[in-house]
Design a protein around this ligand. Structure first.
Ligand SMILES: Cc1cc2nc3c(=O)[nH]c(=O)nc-3n(C[C@H](O)[C@H](O)[C@H](O)COP(=O)(O)O)c2cc1C
Length: 221
């Protein structure tokens, strides 16, 4: 890290130190503007059903879920975008793609709880996992980020012992201080600096991953 002092600082801060400090003082409990969370169905009704389930604090991971669901829909699947915690009945689906933002160097807690709570069903169907992260988007050391974020996803998979995801993929995330409660935005900015906000979601890569998954699963039918 010493070779990239500027990047190291930003990476460290967006990678969890700021968030951990904030969590320590409890400011994340304050609510901000109500984000809109994606939800909806795509594709023909006669295909197999795939769940694109996600968690999110500020909504942007839902856009990633929608882009993936669109690819499944285009490939003939019935794809359903649902936020975890919406009372999802996993028995309705023959495959699941699950994603969540990184919070404090871990998959967001509610998504992890969903995965471990539904471990029995998830072991019976193909499952793919993804995450969104600011440090993955910002840090130019792709190899380091890839290792770190894949380790987080591997840790997630271990929450459902014997679950073997067919794919695991980190993506850059999105952070807009304007979507946070003022106190959260202020404190996060204070720790991390202005340059840690932005949209680092690579929708070409996200769509390509979704299309590839849909293709893989079609061949398994
Ligand atoms: C409380 C909090 C903690 C975060 N912790 C991390 C982190 O440890 N590492 C990281 O790369 N990004 C971190 N982020 C950035 C988010 O992962 C990223 O902005 C994500 O795309 C947000 O998704 P959402 O809009 O669906 O909530 C954090 C964001 C928040 C709000």
């Amino acid at each position: 890290m010493s070779g990239h002092p500027e990047v190291s600082r930003r990476t460290l801060l967006t990678g969890g130190a700021a968030a951990a400090a904030l969590a320590g003082v409890g400011v994340w409990a304050a609510s901000g503007p109500t984000p809109s969370f994606a939800h909806g169905d795509r594709g023909p009704g006669n295909g197999r059903h795939v769940l694109v389930g996600y968690d999110s604090a500020y909504g942007s991971t839902g856009d990633v879920a929608v882009a993936i669901a669109d690819e499944f829909g285009a490939a003939g699947w019935r794809s359903e975008v649902r936020r975890v915690g919406e009372g999802i009945d996993l028995d309705r689906y023959q495959a699941a793609v699950l994603g969540a933002p990184v919070h404090r160097d871990a998959w967001k807690e509610e998504a992890t709880a969903f995965l471990s709570g539904h471990a029995d069903r998830l072991r019976q169907i193909p499952v793919a996992l993804f995450l969104t992260s600011m440090s993955y988007g910002i840090d130019p050391d792709r190899a380091r980020q890839d290792r770190a974020k894949r380790a987080i996803l591997e840790q997630v998979a271990r929450q459902a012992p014997s679950l073997t995801p067919i794919a695991m993929r980190p993506f850059g995330g999105f952070l807009d201080y304007g979507r946070m409660a003022p106190i959260n935005g202020l404190v996060y900015r204070g720790f991390a600096g202005n340059d840690t906000s932005g949209d680092f979601r690579d929708f070409d890569a996200i769509r390509a991953w979704g299309a590839d998954l849909a293709g893989q699963l079609r061949r398994k039918r």
